[in-house]
Ligand binder design. Structure first.
Ligand code: PA5
Length: 464
């Protein structure tokens, strides 16, 4: 495994008395062993089928790469319709691996379709998509594990209708692929009836753990991303997670440190990448951490209201907006930096002799400056007694990104086991989905509608 975690600034010698004491390892040895065993023993079973995702069969890999090759050359635009776990992996990985201005590049430079992920149902955004994408050359991938999500189904209905009008019924059917649970759900049934190409999601792979399944792999293949290297990175992180020694198992170690931070009242987990290519890793991580660990009850039925609120920041941009709070505000945060040792390109700050100023900057590179600023921010936080650690990639490529995402997933699974909660359910989200069905009149949700209406019974506290 190439990924490194520098956790010096989580510990007392660096950060002072608020830091984590060395005794954390001895004091939690039994709990860490139990958490590690529970995650390891469940690999490939129940809701931990995602652990098997890096080891895709040759037949499935071929099906995905064949589709990818076909679409990559034909499509001018490739559009994913999906939300939450059915969208955030694609956004994070393409943000990291495609050119930072991919869609603005000419076709011969980008050598792949333009890419859009429609993960909201703002009507203005849908209209903007129609204003931007030429349906005559666009391909779509409708991704929903349940096959029931209102947002994705409504987007699908709008797009399919428009596509049929633009290219005709037969061609429209060829332009839509569906990624969903085989044999189950409204979208699956529809896809079979309409004859769309279908990619399956295993039953025990939840949305936020699905980026290594066809949910991620299909769009990545259509964009020419090296999915074999991506899966190789995931397999390396998966292997590393087997290590029983918490001091050498990066995912287990960072789970323990975050859980220890929660005990100290550090209830906010700030993810702060120092690379634009890693910007959307924060969105992926925020969902994973929030939806997995934010739980009302533990596995014994005790009310715990567990969780740590994830927050997003981007270095260096947010040094000029949020870092003041992180350094001097309440002692309630851990900052996780996300850095790359090497940028894929650099830019020299011109040593222009005709400009008689800024000599301290001249001749350096932007890579040197951003690296110095990350270290400076870590220094300032540490000096102020604020816990922070650094997750370091050698560089951003398909393999290291695969490794990083799998590391996040194991870190989350270990943290859930340490907290003794169900990491893989999301009853809070399901409640909202059911209420939506009720309010838009879905059959079978009449009792829920009465319940929802009763909750909005008063106008006493409305102003204006
Ligand atoms: O992680 C999850 O389970 C959720 O975020 C889901 O991915 C999200 O609600 C979308 O669900 P679906 O893929 O069923 O449309």
């Amino acid at each position: 495994m190439k990924l490194k975690v520098d956790y010096n600034n989580m510990m007392r010698p660096s950060v002072g008395e608020r830091g984590i004491d060395e005794s954390v390892f001895a004091n939690n040895a039994a709990a860490v062993k139990a958490a590690h065993e529970s995650v390891m023993n469940a690999r490939g079973k129940g809701w931990q089928q995602w652990c098997d995702s890096p080891y895709i069969s040759d037949a499935e890999l071929k099906k995905i790469t064949d589709y990818g090759k076909r679409v990559k050359d034909k499509a001018e635009s490739y559009v994913v319709l999906g939300i939450g776990g059915s969208a955030l992996g694609a956004i994070a990985v393409t943000g990291a691996l495609l050119h930072l201005r991919h869609n603005e590049q000419p076709r011969e430079k980008r050598n792949a379709p333009k890419f859009y992920v429609e993960d909201n149902i703002d009507p203005e955004r849908m209209n903007a998509l129609f204003d931007t994408v030429d349906l005559k050359t666009a391909y779509f991938n409708v991704i929903t594990k349940s096959g029931e999500t209102s947002e994705t189904l409504s987007q699908f209905l709008i797009i399919y209708d428009a596509l049929k009008k633009a290219v005709g019924v037969d061609e429209a059917k060829k332009r839509i692929a569906v990624t969903t649970t085989i044999g189950k759900g409204t979208l699956y049934n529809l896809a079979v009836k309409e004859g769309f190409e279908i990619f399956g999601i295993e039953g025990g792979v939840g949305g936020r753990f699905s980026v290594f399944s066809p949910v991620g792999l299909v769009p990545f293949a259509a964009l020419g991303i090296d999915i074999v290297a991506f899966l190789r990175g995931a397999a390396a992180a998966s292997k590393a997670a087997e290590d029983k020694n918490v001091r050498t198992n990066a995912a287990l170690l960072s789970a323990l440190l975050q859980c220890e931070s929660m005990k100290k009242g550090l209830c906010i987990n700030v993810m702060m990448p120092y690379a634009d290519s890693l910007k959307y890793m924060s969105d992926f991580y925020c969902q994973l951490w929030a939806e997995s660990l934010g739980k009302a009850v533990d596995l014994n039925g005790n009310t715990v209201h567990a969780g740590q609120t994830p927050a997003k920041a981007l270095g260096v941009t947010d040094q000029h907006s949020q870092v003041q709070l992180y350094t001097e505000g309440p002692f309630d945060k851990v900052v996780t930096f996300l850095t790359a040792e090497k940028f894929r390109g650099d830019c020299v700050i011109s040593d222009d002799k005709s400009v008689d100023a800024c000599d301290f900057l001249k001749g350096h590179t932007l890579g040197e400056l951003i690296t110095a600023e990350q270290k400076a921010t870590a220094y300032a936080l540490t000096k102020a007694g604020r816990l922070n650690f650094n997750v370091i990639l050698s560089e951003v490529n398909a393999e290291t990104v695969g490794e990083l995402l799998m590391y996040f997933m194991y870190q989350t699974a270990f943290a859930g086991a340490l907290l003794n909660i169900d990491t893989f359910n999301q009853p809070g989200v399901e409640e909202g989905k059911k209420a939506t069905f009720a309010m838009i009149g879905r059959k079978g949700y009449e009792a829920k509608l009465a319940e929802v209406n009763a909750a909005f019974h008063s106008d006493k506290y409305i102003v204006g």
